[in-house]
Design a protein around this ligand. Structure first.
Ligand SMILES: CCCCCCCCCCCCCCCCCCCC(=O)SCCNC(=O)CCNC(=O)[C@H](O)C(C)(C)COP(=O)(O)OP(=O)(O)OC[C@H]1O[C@@H](n2cnc3c(N)ncnc32)[C@H](O)[C@@H]1OP(=O)(O)O
Ligand SMILES: NC(=O)C1=CN([C@@H]2O[C@H](COP(=O)(O)OP(=O)(O)OC[C@H]3O[C@@H](n4cnc5c(N)ncnc54)[C@H](OP(=O)(O)O)[C@@H]3O)[C@@H](O)[C@H]2O)C=CC1
Length: 515
C-alpha cells in the first residue's frame, strides 16, 4: 500500500491554480490515487463567460479525468470551487468560504501564478508575490494545516549558472517591493524594472524569486516547502502519455513548427533542454507534501525538479525528434512544410527570419488580398517572432541545478511509493517522450484526428510541389533579368547551352557507333 496515497486519503486539500496546466494534473492524480480524500477546495475565478461550476464541469469532463471517474465516481461532490481572485485584496474570498477554508484545510498546494514573460512588474508582483503573502497569512490562521507547498520555477535564479537548493536573496526585500507598488506610478515602475530584475530576462522569473523569499521569511511557523520545476512539458506516463492543453513552453513552438510557420530559430543545439514532464512534477509535489507534513523538516527545503544533470537532452536532439515525428504524424493544413534550422548567429537568424518567415507571410497576404480576403499572416508572424524572441534566452544557454533534496526524498520513499509517485527522470526515454509530446499536441491542443493523416500528407506533397514550382519560377525570373542586363550572364548562358548541345551530340554519336 502506498503511504503517500494513504496520507492524502483523509485530507482536506486547498489548491490554487487548479484550472491551470499543472493544477489539473495535480488534482487528477490526487483523486485517482486517493479517491477517499475528504475534499479538494480550489480557488477559481470566473473566466471567458464561464461560472466557477461551468469551469469545474469542463475540467472534470475532459479526457484527462476519464480514469478518475472510474475510480472516484463521486469526484463532482469532492471538489469545491471557491470564488477567488488573486488580483484582489484578501483574494476576494467571501467570509463564509474563508471560515470554511481556515477551519478544515490540512494541505495547501500553491500553484497559481502569472507565467507570462511580458507582464508589467505591478501585475506580476500582485500575483506572484502579494497573493502568496496573503495565502501565507491565511495559512498561518489554519489550525489543522500540516504543510504549505509552494510551486516556484527553476529559473527564479536564472541570473546564476549553478543553482543550489537554497533561496537566493534579491537586492530589495519583497515586502518593500509590495509596498512600493502601492504608491509608485506605472511610468516609474517601468523605468526601474530593468534595474530590479537585474540579470533576469523578465518580470516572471524575478517575481518568482521574490515569492520564494517571502515564503521563506513568512512561512517560519508553518511547514513549508518550495518546488522548482524547470520547463514543464506534456505528461510522460500518467494518466496517459502526451497530455498537454496549453501553448506555454515548447508546446507553442511545436504547433508553430508543425504548421510550418516556424522553420528556423536562434537556438544553441548543444544547450541543455531542461524539460520535465508534468506528471513527474506532480508526483514530486505530492511526495514533498507528504514528507513535509510527516517529517516536518527544518529549515524550509527546496526541491529541484529538473532533468539536465540526471538525464540530459539538448535542443538539437529535441528539434530533430520533433521533425521526425512530423514525418510520421503530420499536422493538418500546414502553411509550409516543417523544417528546423538552428542557428546561433544573430545575423544568420535575422536572414532566416526575413527569408523563411516574413517573406512567405507577405507573399501569402498578397495572395489573400488578390483573392478578396483579409490579410492576416504578417500579423500572426510578427506575434510569433515576438514570442520566440522572449524564449530565446532559455534556448541558448545551459544551467546546472543541484538535486540533493530531491534525491534524498527519493531515498525516503518505500518501493511502492517510488513506483506510484515516480519522479525519477533517469528512466525517461527522450525520443519516445518527444514523439508522444508531439502527438499529444496534435490531439489535445489542435484537436486533430489521426484519420486526417493521409490528407495532411497529400497537403504536404502539394506544398512541396508549390515550393519547387515557386523556386523554379523565381530562378527563371532572376535569370532572365540577368540575361537582359548583363553581358557576362549572356556569355555564361551561351557557354552552358553550347556545352549541353555538344554533350548531347557526342552522346548520340557514340550510341550510333555502338549500334
Ligand atoms: C524551428 C523548429 C523548432 C522545433 C521545435 C523544437 C522545440 C523547441 C522548444 C523550445 C521551447 C523553449 C521554451 C522555454 C521556456 C522557458 C520556460 C521557463 C520556465 C517557466 O517557469 S515559465 C512557464 C512557461 N511560460 C511561458 O511559456 C509563457 C510564455 N508566453 C507568454 O509570455 C505570452 O504568451 C507571450 C509569448 C508574451 C505572448 O503574449 P501575447 O502577444 O499577448 O499573446 P497571447 O498570450 O494572448 O497569445 C497570442 C497568440 O500566440 C499564441 N501563443 C502563446 N504562447 C505561445 C508560445 N509559447 N508559442 C507559440 N504561440 C504561442 C497564443 O495561443 C495566441 O494565439 P491566437 O491564435 O489565439 O492569437
Ligand atoms: N508551465 C511551466 O513550464 C512552468 C510552470 N511553473 C510554475 O508552475 C505553476 C503552475 O504553472 P502552470 O500550470 O503552467 O500555469 P497556468 O498558466 O497554466 O496556470 C496558472 C493558474 O493560475 C491561476 N490564476 C492566474 N491568475 C489568477 C487570479 N488572478 N486569480 C485566481 N487564479 C489565477 C490560473 O487561473 P485561470 O485558469 O483562471 O487563469 C491558473 O489556474 C506556476 O506557479 C508556475 O510558475 C514552473 C516552472 C515551469
Amino acid at each position: 500500500m502506498s503511504m503517500i496515497a494513504a496520507f492524502y486519503g483523509s485530507k482536506s486539500i486547498l489548491i490554487t491554480g487548479a484550472t491551470g496546466f499543472l493544477g489539473k494534473v495535480l488534482m487528477e492524480k490526487l483523486f485517482r490515487t486517493s479517491p477517499d480524500l475528504k475534499v479538494i477546495y480550489i480557488l477559481v475565478r470566473p473566466k471567458a463567460g464561464q461560472t466557477l461550476q461551468q469551469r469545474v464541469f469542463q475540467i472534470l469532463n475532459s479526457k484527462l479525468f476519464e480514469k478518475v471517474k472510474e475510480v472516484c465516481p463521486k469526484v463532482h461532490e469532492k471538489i469545491k470551487p471557491i470564488y477567488a481572485d488573486l488580483n484582489q485584496k484578501d483574494l476576494a474570498i467571501s467570509k463564509e468560504d474563508m471560515q470554511e477554508l481556515l477551519s478544515y484545510t490540512n494541505i495547501i498546494f500553491h500553484c497559481a501564478a502569472t507565467v507570462r514573460f511580458d507582464d508589467p512588474l505591478r501585475h506580476a508582483v500582485q500575483l506572484n508575490v502579494t497573493a502568496t503573502q496573503q495565502l501565507l497569512f491565511m495559512a498561518s490562521q489554519m489550525p489543522k494545516l500540516e504543510a504549505f507547498i509552494h510551486i516556484s520555477t527553476a529559473y527564479s535564479n536564472c541570473n546564476l549558472k549553478h543553482i543550489d537548493e537554497v533561496v537566493y536573496p534579491c537586492s530589495v526585500e519583497p515586502k518593500k517591493i509590495i509596498e512600493s507598488m502601492e504608491w509608485l506610478d506605472d511610468a516609474i515602475i517601468d523605468e526601474i524594472t530593468p534595474k530590479l530584475i537585474a540579470g533576469r530576462p523578465n518580470t516572471y522569473t524575478y517575481t518568482k524569486a521574490l515569492g520564494e523569499m517571502l515564503v521563506q521569511q513568512e512561512g517560519g511557523n508553518l511547514n513549508v516547502a518550495i518546488i522548482r520545476p524547470s520547463i514543464v512539458g506534456a505528461t510522460w506516463q500518467e494518466p496517459f502519455p502526451g497530455w498537454v492543453d496549453n501553448l506555454n513552453g515548447p508546446s507553442g513552438l511545436i504547433v508553430a513548427a508543425g504548421k510550418g510557420f516556424l522553420r528556423s530559430i536562434k537556438a544553441t543545439p548543444m544547450a541543455v533542454a531542461d524539460l520535465v514532464p508534468v506528471d513527474t512534477v506532480v508526483n514530486l509535489t505530492l511526495a514533498v507534501g507528504w514528507y513535509t507534513a510527516v517529517h516536518r523538516p527544518k529549515p524550509t527545503l527546496i526541491y529541484h525538479c529538473t532533468s539536465g544533470t540526471i538525464n540530459p537532452c539538448n535542443w538539437g536532439k529535441m528539434g530533430l525528434q520533433v521533425l521526425a515525428t512530423f514525418e510520421k504524424v503530420p499536422f493538418e493544413r500546414a502553411f509550409r512544410r516543417p523544417n528546423a534550422d538552428f542557428t546561433t548567429n544573430y545575423f544568420t537568424a535575422s536572414c532566416w527570419n526575413a527569408v523563411s518567415h516574413r517573406a512567405p507571410a507577405i507573399i501569402y497576404d498578397f495572395y489573400l488580398r488578390l483573392t478578396g480576403r483579409k490579410p492576416r499572416m504578417t500579423k500572426l508572424m510578427n506575434r510569433l517572432l515576438r514570442t520566440i524572441s522572449m524564449l530565446e534566452y532559455f534556448i541558448n544557454q545551459s544551467w546546472e541545478w543541484s538535486t540533493y533534496n530531491t534525491e534524498m526524498l527519493m531515498s525516503e520513499l518505500s518501493p511502492e511509493d517510488q513506483r506510484v509517485f515516480n519522479f525519477d527522470v533517469s528512466q525517461l526515454n527522450w525520443l519516445e517522450y518527444i514523439e508522444n509530446y508531439v502527438m499529444g499536441v496534435k490531439k489535445h491542443i489542435l484537436k486533430e484526428d489521426m484519420a486526417g493523416i493521409p490528407e495532411a500528407r497529400q497537403h504536404l506533397k502539394r506544398l512541396r510541389n508549390i515550393h519547387y514550382l515557386f523556386n523554379t519560377a523565381l530562378f527563371l525570373i532572376i535569370w532572365c533579368l540577368l540575361l537582359a542586363r548583363s553581358q557576362m550572364a549572356r556569355n555564361m548562358w551561351f557557354f552552358i547551352v553550347s556545352f549541353c548541345y555538344k554533350f548531347i551530340s557526342y552522346f548520340r554519336a557514340s550510341r550510333t557507333l555502338k549500334i
